[in-house]
Unconditional design. Structure first.
Ligand code: RIB
Ligand code: CA
Length: 316
């Protein structure tokens, strides 16, 4: 079986948790490490949540490192209205006994990429501050990164603002650095993000499973059903699934640029969907636009079933 070596960059929140559980459990994923960043909540809470999720997944000794405490410019914007004050639905889960790696996030990414015998895919599921800092600090190592498969952006509407998706909006300058880096990018954005979900009934089935990972996932979803209703989107998980099951997504290449202005479109990923002929007639190509693979559609049931059968080994 071909395994893909990945590094997840997270701001664990509930859907980052769904992605971490999947990445730690699926046999086709070789989870080299996890880096934490300021996003849904503060980075130290992200670390605590991430360690708890790795415990629930029964994960081995996977290095977890602390990254940026704020965006490159501007202030943090926490999404407590969705994820709760602790980023995990305020469930009061027991603390993990795991310790974090002594290296910073960018050092851990550098070391894991340099040490890997096979190509590494970076999977950012959060604001791109850590990834931008890594690209700027270790450009020679960055050339060895096979691909960046990121949850972020939108070819349509935003969520944090009418124009911008939360991860890009939280740190637009970081996102611009990543998109312009030259590393091949697959953008898994809001155009598909909300569609794979798990219902309240399915969460109860997970809670009733004999698989501890399934019980944890079910409890998490049930708690969020109370907060945000049913179904609960699997969100970030879809980006990880896209790495090992590309048959589940439909993509197209477009030029993309990140708006880093101070105006109402700040943090928008401007995706140039004009027909090619127009671009030839009107050579108004996007300034500093990156040619990005953008996810436009997906197999919802395929995505849902892949997650459910991975999280619960008894799922029928
Ligand atoms: O816009 C959705 C993204 O913002 C997800 O990664 C979610 O976890 C939050 O970080
Ligand atoms: Ca996230």
């Amino acid at each position: 079986m071909t395994r893909t070596s990945v590094i997840l960059d997270v701001d664990t929140g509930i859907d980052d948790a769904f992605a971490l559980l999947f990445a730690a459990r699926h046999p086709k994923i070789n989870l080299l490490g996890v880096t934490c960043v300021d996003g849904n909540t503060n980075v130290d809470q992200v670390i605590a949540n991430t360690l708890k999720v790795l415990d629930a997944a029964g994960a081995g000794d996977i290095p977890v490192a602390r990254g940026a405490v704020k965006p490159l410019l501007g202030q943090s914007h926490y999404a407590e209205y969705v994820h709760g004050a602790d980023g995990m639905g305020d469930l009061g889960l027991p603390d993990s006994t795991r310790s974090i790696d002594s290296r910073t996030a960018v050092e851990l990414i550098r070391d894991l990429v340099e040490a890997s015998s096979d190509p590494v895919t970076l999977v950012p599921l959060a604001p791109l501050t850590n990834i931008a800092l890594f690209l700027r600090a270790f450009p020679e190592t960055a050339k060895k990164v096979e691909r960046i498969v990121l949850m972020g952006g939108s070819a349509s509407a935003g969520n944090a603002t009418p124009a911008a998706e939360f991860n890009v909006w939280h740190d637009p300058e970081a996102a611009a650095i990543v998109f312009q880096s030259g590393v091949p990018i697959l953008m898994y954005g809001l155009d598909v993000f909300m569609r794979p979900g798990v219902t309240a009934e399915e969460a109860k089935s997970l809670e009733a499973s004999t698989d501890p990972c399934a019980q944890f996932a079910g409890a998490l979803i049930s708690a969020f059903v109370e907060r945000i209703g049913s179904p609960v989107t699997l969100g970030d998980y879809g980006a990880v699934a896209s790495v090992i099951a590309p048959e589940l997504i439909t993509t197209q290449f477009f030029d993309v640029v990140v708006d880093t202005s101070a105006g109402p479109a700040r943090g928008q990923t401007i995706v140039d969907r004009r027909p090619p002929l127009e671009l030839e007639i009107e050579p108004m190509r996007l300034e500093s636009g990156a040619h990005v693979e953008v996810t436009l559609d997906l197999d919802v049931e395929g995505m849902r079933n892949l997650w459910l059968t991975t999280i619960d080994q008894h799922w029928k």
